[in-house]
Design a protein around this ligand. Sequence first.
Ligand code: F6R
Length: 241
Amino acid sequence: MNIVTVKDYTALSEKAARFVADRVNGKKELVLGLPTGSTPEGMYAKLVKLYREQKVDFSEVVSFNLDEYCGLRSDHPQSYHYYMNRNFFDHVNISEENRHIPIHSEYYEDESCSRYDQLIDRAGGIDLQVLGIGTNGHIAFNEPADYLIGGTHLVQLSEKTIEANSRFFNSRAEVPRRAITMGMATIMHAAEILLLAAGKNKARAIEKACSGVITTQLPASLLQLHNNCTLLLDREAASLL
Ligand code: F6R
């Protein structure tokens, strides 16, 4: 893994945006895997700025988001659909038909998962996957477990994730208990991975993800098996390395 450390969140957001813009400008019809959460917010803001300055053009990009909560309408302010529109899609020129976010359908659960995988396959797989990391080492919503699932699937969120994500909701009780997520095989098949982590509360997960031990109990540790993976960290997230 390549580890790049920068001084703070602003520098991380700037560098992440330039990294993504570089890949977008470098390949026609780039297939871009996108995360949500608080970490990439700064990157999206800088990408929007680069777009307004005409330094990047998303018109041919095909995007696939990592995950979405089950049971939230797409116009719910905490849904990842809403997040993506507010932070990114509403401000750049990725065409609507080229944006994909998994959607949980109560009636067609298996179909909604396998259809998402088919769409990614048909697009030719992911060229650049941007990731965040949970304090428990999850990536997307692949939670620590005895085994991990390769394709898109439904997942029961761990107590730690519910706790961590409750900061976005009025109360812990409002946090959805289930989510739909891209699986580990799809993520690991991406040609290139860029993982972003900022802040002291990510330091332990980053330390374990780089320790040389590979375990499904810390999904991010599997990234050590990827041959083109960059961890972009601020000083605090890198403090235990
Ligand atoms: C969200 C996602 C999650 C987050 C992780 C960190 O699409 O895939 O794995 O990246 O929970 O979230 P933040 O950045 O809010 O700490």
